[in-house]
Design a protein around this ligand. Structure first.
Ligand SMILES: [Zn+2]
Length: 411
């Protein structure tokens, strides 16, 4: 049996509270223990409390001194495109010259250029690169991520990406929740209808049969998949037992949020252009909004989603990085917290709730991750600051001191 205690956190930010995602005022309640500590056994949390009590119960168990730093649950990043080859430096430079996302895509950049590079990459190359990304996440204090396919767009290439995600799970400390995103773009060599049929008749059955994904996602947007095509794909996925998420209302208000509400999706992601009707649709069916301010920032836009309205309406808001090479090249949840507070007027406490416990519930991991409570996985990060608000306040550099997964140091 392996045991470990951590003592003397200036603030042990536990997020202990009701079972289920937090909404409204609950998002501000972090359940902080001053001079807090934790006792862990076999990768699970046993005791959480003031350091002197934990120390007494720990006896001669090995202990780590947090040295008056902040300890909080490992971040849960509920929206990433972690596996890809190549980069999008040319797009980045074009954007700096003033070209739009859609203009860049028409010029051969965008998702399609990453698809081309990912298709030719070998399994080994893709895995090596993905392991590098996994390490970046851990170094930034993130211990669980959702990871999507979507840069293959053929049966074999989509499966190849999902298998890399499966191996990341086995071979690195980062926990990855796999999502199938075959409906990320329409390949140049097929018609939209042909490709929708391929997803429904060939990709989804293989993904389900080989148990390669827990969720199915779609990019519902002008020039990608319209509401009718998105409904068809998501319905087929649901019938195969997959849970649903969706990229909706990012560039235009297409009614995607309403569709996800109707289908009982777990999350609706992006929502930059979602209006009051979309917000009401999410609320009436309790779909969790996943907000991705990193992509708004990196695209040079100022069109942030209406986080304040969503929280005030009672939605259990989630924040995520949308890590991807094109529109959000960051793994840093602290950077996302900064954007959430400065650009979307969330409080630091709401931002932390949105990136830990609420994110965990949005991935079906709320019973195991996202808070520091007895019985949960001992996944936590130590940050080099004394007050949790510093996580959102200092920006542009990492202050993660150390990161633990299942009670073992992972970074
Ligand atoms: Zn995305």
């Amino acid at each position: 049996m392996s045991a470990l205690a951590i003592l003397h956190a200036s603030q042990l930010v536990t997020l202990a509270g009701p079972k289920g995602p937090r909404s409204g005022e609950e998002m501000s309640e972090l359940a902080i223990i001053r001079d807090g500590g934790m006792l862990m056994r076999d990768g699970n949390i046993g005791v959480v409390g003031p350091s002197d009590e934990v120390k007494e119960k720990a006896g001669d168990v090995e202990s780590v001194d947090a040295g008056g730093r902040v300890v909080l649950p490992g971040f849960v990043d509920a929206h990433t495109h972690l596996v890809f080859a190549g980069d999008r430096l040319d797009d980045f430079e074009r954007r700096a010259r003033g070209e739009t996302y859609e203009e860049i895509a028409r010029a051969g950049g965008g998702i399609w250029s990453t698809v081309t590079r990912t298709r030719v990459a070998s399994d080994a190359d893709l895995l090596e690169k993905a392991k590098k990304h996994a390490n970046w996440f851990l170094q930034s204090g993130t211990t669980t991520v959702e990871a999507k396919s979507g840069y293959g767009l053929t049966v074999e290439d989509e499966l190849k990406i999902l298998r890399v995600i499966q191996r990341l799970n086995r071979e690195t400390p980062l926990e990855c929740v796999p999502t199938f995103l075959g409906a990320h773009a329409i390949p140049h060599d097929s018609s939209p209808d042909e490709y929708v049929d391929l997803i429904i008749n060939e990709m989804l059955p293989r993904v389900a049969q080989e148990n390669l994904a827990e969720f199915c996602d779609i990019f519902c947007e002008r020039g990608y998949f319209d509401v009718a095509q998105s409904r068809k794909i998501l319905t087929a996925a649901k019938n195969l037992g997959l849970k649903l998420r969706g990229h909706v209302d990012q560039l235009t208000n297409s009614g995607g949020a309403k569709l996800l509400g109707e289908l009982g999706a777990m999350t609706a992601d992006h929502l930059e252009k979602t209006d009051e009707q979309g917000i009401a649709a999410l609320k009436s069916t309790n779909v969790q909004p996943v907000l991705l301010p990193g992509s708004v920032y990196a695209l040079g836009s100022t069109s942030y989603p209406r986080a304040r309205e969503m929280i005030d309406t009672g939605l259990a808001v989630v924040l995520a990085t949308d890590f991807n090479p094109g529109s959000s090249p960051t793994v840093s949840m602290p950077m996302i917290l900064s954007l959430a507070c400065t650009q979307m007027k969330m409080s630091p406490a709401e931002a932390i709730t949105a990136s830990t416990i609420n994110a965990a519930y949005s991935l079906g991991r709320g019973e195991k991750a996202g808070s520091l409570e007895p019985g949960k996985l001992a996944n936590f990060s130590v940050f080099d600051c004394e007050d949790y608000r510093e996580l959102a306040y200092w920006f542009g550099f990492s202050r993660a001191h150390s990161v633990y997964v299942r009670g073992k140091k992972a970074s």
